[in-house]
Ligand binder design. Structure first.
Ligand SMILES: [Zn+2]
Length: 371
């Protein structure tokens, strides 16, 4: 904020200055690589903000925020400051904070990996306990028989997705199901006096309910994404700007509840693991166009069927959209097959993901809300 750090390297050096400063005794207690990891994360937030400003991202640019005390719930170590026991079931943190030795519970077997494959170790506090995350440098590749099929998904709210074969998957509406108990827990929390022990207990109870919902949603999305990847060689999906769509307050809750972003992230990931092609299609015109003749047929949100006056093709609105997405996705795939103009969404080189941007983001948003 005072403009001393011009890049990530400056920030890194500044952690050393802070650790020599007696006003911040906890900085010198922390392992030096963990300090650097903190600086890297801070710089990631700062540079993302500048990047958003430069690219003129509409609305909020994401000015970096300070973390609240109770949310200061994670510390990231690099390859020092911790050690695993011989059997790899205990982890010891060796810096001056005196965390000591913790037993690891869980289903993953760390003996499967080389010690030097573990690049980062992160301690995360969730409401139901303390977790240790291991960031492991390991390439996961699985073999799958080609199916000879291509599939496109139109993500929606009434149905979670409609694919280009006309199959529909119901939206689980997990939030709506547990909304009642969530609200009850929230009311209990707000009735407790501030700073009281009962309030702390109520906060944990509420937090656990939210955590359960998160787990349910993730579980559902992961399983579904795997099914989709298994069933087709090329998967195209609509690259929705969820961040902008959530600004529509009437739909925000339902959109957040649907978990489209989690789903598409896992789609990308499984595509990479199983060697399938995943194409993100820009959402423009997918609902308006007729998938049979290509003419534009305008419709409002309430029009559920697509009826084309030009070629008298009639289909469910979402099915029509997913057929358009399939056509666009295949076209994009063919155009980018020569490895030129490919945009890797996750920054990894072997990712089979092609992303194209045709319209400016603000106009895309407007169109989406109209649709
Ligand atoms: Zn038509």
């Amino acid at each position: 904020m005072d403009g001393h750090a011009k890049n990530g390297y400056d920030l890194n050096k500044y952690t050393k200055v802070l650790s020599d400063n007696p006003a911040f005794p906890w900085v010198s207690k922390l392992n030096s690589s963990a300090r650097q990891a903190m600086a890297e994360r801070a710089w990631a937030a700062i540079s993302r903000f500048f990047e958003n400003c430069k690219n003129k991202v509409p609305f909020k640019k994401g000015f970096p925020r300070f973390r609240k005390l109770q949310n200061r719930a994670s510390v990231e170590y690099k390859q020092s400051g911790w050690s695993l026991s011989q059997c790899r079931q205990y982890i010891t943190f060796t810096d001056k904070f005196g965390i000591g030795t913790m037993k690891l519970r869980g289903t993953r077997d760390l003996n499967y990996y080389q010690l030097k494959q573990i690049k980062r170790v992160r301690i995360v506090r969730r409401v139901d306990g303390i977790y240790v995350q291991f960031c492991i440098d390991h390439e996961r590749k699985e073999q799958l028989e080609p199916t000879g099929k291509s599939l496109a998904l139109d993500l929606g709210l009434t149905h979670f997705y409609t694919d280009s074969d006309g199959n529909k998957v119901e939206n689980p509406r997990l939030l709506r199901k547990s909304e009642k108990t969530l609200k009850k827990a929230q009311r209990r929390l707000s009735r407790c006096a501030k700073g009281s022990k009962n309030r702390a207990k109520a906060r944990i109870r509420l937090g656990k309910k939210h955590l359960k919902l998160q787990h349910q949603r993730k579980d559902w999305c992961v399983k579904l994404a795997l099914c989709v990847i298994m069933s087709a060689d090329i998967v195209a999906y609509e690259d929705l700007q969820v961040r902008n769509m959530v600004r529509n307050h009437k739909l925000a809750k339902s959109i957040s509840d649907a978990g489209w972003s989690i789903f598409t992230q896992w789609l990308e990931y499984f595509g990479k693991v199983y060697g399938r092609v995943v194409v993100a299609v820009p959402p423009a015109y997918t609902t308006i166009d007729c998938s049979n003749c290509g003419q534009q047929v305008h419709k409002t949100l309430t029009t559920r069927t697509h009826h084309c006056p030009h070629c008298s093709y009639t289909a469910c609105r979402d099915w029509n959209a997913s057929r358009n997405i399939l056509n666009k996705g295949l076209e994009l795939f063919r155009n980018t097959d020569g490895q030129s103009g490919i945009y890797y969404a996750s920054g990894e080189s072997d990712l089979c993901l092609y992303k194209a941007t045709s319209t400016s983001k603000s106009s895309r948003r407007k169109r989406k809300i109209q649709q």
